[in-house]
Design a protein around this ligand. Structure first.
Ligand code: NAD
Length: 293
């Protein structure tokens, strides 16, 4: 395998060839990272920014359509991890010029981009026959086009600036959903958009053959975030919270940090052979038939 140096021998047998940068210590040391969908105080994006900061990232661009909490997030991250450069950007993740601009800025400031986590998303919940074509296209735009744009501009920057082509190189991660793996009652447009995210990441991983850039989709199950908070709150108020996780083998929903840790892994050099995958972080929701046990 080219790019992974041999490590010598021990008593005549070869030592294990280890991936550069994947040793013990901060797992994403000095990485330059863009994360979209980071404003929500309860969201996966914010939790992921904390994981990258805790694990040695040099710079993190936290970007969101809604900028209400971005400065607070920046101050909090800096209070915990003062060495990290945190940049806030109010932007629409489905707007081509905005995505290009933040990638250009990362390259201009730091000379490279290592990780693009395209996480911004919106949800829905009407019957499919009640949707207008415009509503359907908005879902595709925010949830799927945004991931395509992250892959397009993220990979262009990584191809130009990767310090050690062809290996290891950059990582692009798109947030899909278990709804993109299997149908999800009541969310036709959401499921379609999330299936598109998986398809975009898998196709890009092939089109980027030989570059070392890895593209993966994560597929969260039921996570308590800004998107699902109302549902959890109303179940708590009715005393039916346990029912939410009833069909899940782990019998619960998850917190954003449980997804963030997987995203950290995918962005790190430890995930050097993870490419083109749809990784479910769902407590096995998508793994079997939901019999009540
Ligand atoms: P959240 O609502 O807490 O966070 C989503 C963030 O995306 C918000 O801050 C929102 O302002 C931002 N956003 C929306 N449209 C945007 C746009 N056009 N440009 C930039 N930012 C935009 O919800 P979350 O659960 O943390 O969502 C993160 C991702 O996880 C989404 O893609 C969502 O579809 C996905 N997801 C969530 C769950 C879950 O159970 N919560 C399950 C599967 C997938």
């Amino acid at each position: 395998v080219e790019g992974i140096p041999s490590a010598g021998t021990f008593e005549g047998i070869p030592k294990i060839r280890k991936v550069a940068g994947a040793s013990a210590g901060p797992r994403c040391k000095d990485k330059v990272v863009i994360i979209t969908g980071t404003n929500s105080p309860l969201g996966i994006g914010r939790a992921t920014a904390h994981q990258y900061a805790e694990n040695g990232a040099k710079a993190i661009f936290i970007c969101d359509f809604d900028s209400k909490y971005l400065d607070i997030h920046k101050r909090e991250i800096n209070s915990l991890y003062p060495a990290v450069d945190v940049h806030t950007r109010q932007f629409d993740a489905s707007d081509e010029a905005s995505v290009k601009a933040v990638v250009d800025e990362a390259v201009e400031k730091y000379g490279r981009l290592d990780v693009f986590f395209a996480n911004a998303g919106i949800s829905s919940g009407k019957m499919f026959y009640d949707y207008t074509a415009e509503e359907f296209m908005k879902m595709m735009k925010v949830n799927a086009l945004s991931v395509f744009l992250a892959a397009k501009y993220g990979s262009r920057a990584m191809l130009k600036t990767s310090p050690s082509k062809p290996y290891p190189s950059g990582s692009i991660i798109g947030t899909a959903s278990t709804a993109g793996i299997r149908s999800n009652a009541g969310t036709t447009d959401y499921s379609a958009a999330k299936a598109a995210v998986i398809s975009i990441m898998q196709t890009c991983s092939y089109q980027l053959s030989g570059t070392g850039i890895r593209c993966n989709a994560i597929c969260p199950g039921l996570i308590e975030t800004g998107m699902t908070n109302a549902m959890f709150e109303s179940a708590r108020a009715r005393g039916t919270e346990k029912k939410i996780g009833q069909l899940n083998p782990l019998k619960r929903g998850a917190v954003p940090d449980e997804v963030a840790r997987v995203v950290l892994f995918l962005g790190s050099d430890e995930a050097s052979y993870m490419n083109g995958q749809a990784i479910a972080v769902d407590g096995a929701l998508s793994a079997g038939h939901p019999y009540v046990l």
